[in-house]
Design a protein around this ligand. Structure first.
Ligand code: 6R9
Length: 576
């Protein structure tokens, strides 16, 4: 584990003193900040948008800046309230009711956010899917959730299986004209503009469903994770304390709206804080990313290690051409923020990226490097106030510091999923009988309470005797070789009598190096010197790129499956 420490970047940040805040924290104090605390009437659309739109001092503030290509569309809180009210009226006109599902199968565009708020207003479930989804991915998800309607684009309609096209009550198309519309196809076009700009929100129960997000597991079909309106308590608290959002913040989250990060922190978090959300709809391009930061004076940027890796590949000189002086906080999520990338960003962008950890199931950030806290590069940080985290052994008992085990969260934090869509058994399997939610992630906590990710529990490697290790540390040793860019290791079995475990490494190499038998041997010899004698990297393959999900997560199980002839689980959600 890395012992290095980088001093806190912003001791004045919202959270203040971590230990004090953690000890005195009470969720009730956050709940009091919502209007429903006094009125008893809950709807996230009211808390995130309407209350600012009804405030004369705030209604003209920018709520959403949407940019794609040469067009920039800006919506104030008042406009967002009116647009989403029109969309809610449209859904009601087509018979939508509380509990219905609306699938949103679109590339980033403002309509996604109007639809999200419209669903919230009527208590329907907003169900986003990636516009780059394959036919099977779309099919499995839609057949599972059986929506009343699908909001999509004419170019994507052919990705919908014909039985779904025929049997879904409404297919809403954002654009047209499209010749020969089928009976259930509705060209949305100008309809919302003809609808009233007022909508009487349905008041809901705290745990009424808000969105349904599918996450692919290593086994079985994808899980439909259901989240509720009162997730807002956890979202607001982490938005302020982890991302340091304030009313004058321009927050950019470069995550697809089909990924939880794009919805929860992309828009809900800034809106709950009365801040500005920036959405960039273009595909990644390094110069454009820097230009977006400069042009919109982004003050807080929540990104991924994958984006930062791509910026590094584009070179440090490019970064120096842009003015990022207004960027006061940077955070990442989704995959380990390796020290190499951390230090590159610190050097070339002049500020530290702050790693955070959470899952679709948790609904909010659970571990974080806070702006007011020292960073240990490579660590996911410490538990957010109000959340109890532990490392458990195989019997579900908390382990002492520096032990490798499963990362678990004490059930009952406010944004915890309400359930899995039509799958009570798989939902229950997340929890042990002692009230812990099991993440499936393997981690180590150090003696100061910082957590280090070591892989998923199905990636564990059995070394000699009873020793079990995570693949991450071995991958980091591989990456210390000058030729190695990224690495993934899997177990290829062990010789119990000899107490030796054999591994296979898959690597990508930096520009300027060429794969060869000699380099192969050299890298294996290099890692041998740094590993204990019971772990041997026996095989090594050069790959063009490692298999990853769309949000940049390494899929070791896909490598394992290819190597050992095992089922790969859902390989949907992989990068194109
Ligand atoms: C928000 C999101 C969840 C899984 C999670 C873990 C991995 C997330 C991480 C991280 C290492 C971090 N993960 N943050 N791994 N360091 N800071 O990512 O949700 O798409 O459901 O993925 O992502 O394995 O269990 P989701």
């Amino acid at each position: 584990m890395i012992k290095a420490r980088v001093p806190a970047e912003n001791p004045e940040a919202n959270l203040g003193d971590y230990n004090k805040r953690y000890q005195s924290f009470n969720w009730k104090d956050i709940e009091e900040q919502f209007t429903w605390h006094t009125t008893g009437r809950i709807n996230i659309a009211h808390e995130a948008v309407d209350r600012w739109a009804m405030d004369p001092e705030r209604k003209e503030r920018k709520a959403l800046i949407f940019e794609k290509g040469d067009t920039v569309a800006i919506f104030t809180y008042l406009q967002l309230k009116e647009k989403s009210a029109q969309w809610a009226n449209l859904l009601v006109r087509f018979g939508f009711e509380t509990g219905d599902r609306l699938f949103v199968f679109l590339p980033p565009c403002p309509e996604i956010y109007f639809a999200l708020l419209a669903c919230a207003r009527i208590g329907a479930l907003f169900c986003p899917v990636y516009a780059t989804s394959t036919f099977d991915e779309v099919s499995v998800r839609i057949s599972d959730a059986v929506p009343r309607g699908i909001l999509t684009h004419p170019d994507l309609v052919e990705m919908l299986p014909t039985d779904i096209q025929d049997n879904t009550e409404f297919i809403f198309l954002t654009e047209g004209p499209l010749p020969n519309l089928l009976a259930n196809e509705i060209l949305v076009g100008g309809i919302p503009q003809q609808m009233p700009t007022e909508f009487c929100n349905i008041w809901l129960r705290p745990r009424s469903p808000l969105y349904l997000s599918y996450t692919s597991g290593s086994t079985g079909p994808p899980k439909g994770v259901v989240h509720a309106h009162d997730d807002m308590v956890g979202i607001l608290s982490t938005a302020r304390e982890v991302l340091d959002l304030r009313e004058d913040t321009v927050l950019w989250v470069d995550a697809d709206p089909a990924w939880v990060t794009g919805i929860v922190y992309g828009v809900l978090a800034p809106w709950l804080c009365g801040a500005t959300a920036l959405v960039q709809g273009d595909p990644f391009e390094a110069a454009n990313w820097y230009w977006t930061l400069e042009k919109h004076s982004v003050s807080v940027w929540y990104t991924t290690p994958r984006t930062l890796t791509r910026l590094k590949e584009a070179g440090g000189n490019l970064a120096s051409r842009y003015d990022m002086s207004h960027l006061r906080h940077m955070a990442t999520v989704g995959a380990p923020l390796v020290p190499d990338i951390f230090y590159w960003v610190k050097q070339h962008l002049g500020r530290s990226p702050h790693d955070t950890y959470w899952m679709t199931e948790t609904g909010m950030i659970c571990l974080a490097n806070f702006p007011s806290m020292d960073i240990k590069p490579g660590a996911m940080g410490r538990p957010v106030p109000g959340v109890e985290v532990a490392i458990l052994d195989e019997d579900g008992e908390p382990m002492p510091p520096l032990s490798l085990g499963e990362l678990a969260i004490r059930a009952g934090w406010p944004a915890m999923m309400v359930g899995l869509w039509l799958d009570e058994d798989r939902y229950r399997a997340y929890f042990n009988e002692k009230g812990w939610f099991l993440t499936g992630d393997i981690a180590i906590m150090d003696d100061e309470g910082y957590y280090f990710h070591q892989g998923r529990n199905d990636d564990l490697i059995k070394a000699g005797g009873h020793k079990v290790i995570g693949p991450y540390e071995i991958e980091q040793i591989l990456c210390m070789h000058p030729a190695v860019s990224e690495a993934a290791v899997i177990s290829k079995g062990s010789e119990p009598d000899e107490g030796v475990s054999y591994l296979k490494a898959f690597i990508t190499i930096h520009k300027g190096f060429t794969p060869s038998i000699r380099l192969n041997h050299e890298i294996k010899a290099f890692v041998k010197a740094s590993l204990s004698s019971d772990i041997i990297v026996k095989e090594l393959s050069f790959l063009e790129r490692l298999p990853k999900t769309r949000s940049g997560k390494l899929l070791r199980r896909v490598l394992r499956a290819g190597e050992l002839g095992l089922p790969a689980g859902e390989t949907a959600n992989m990068e194109e």
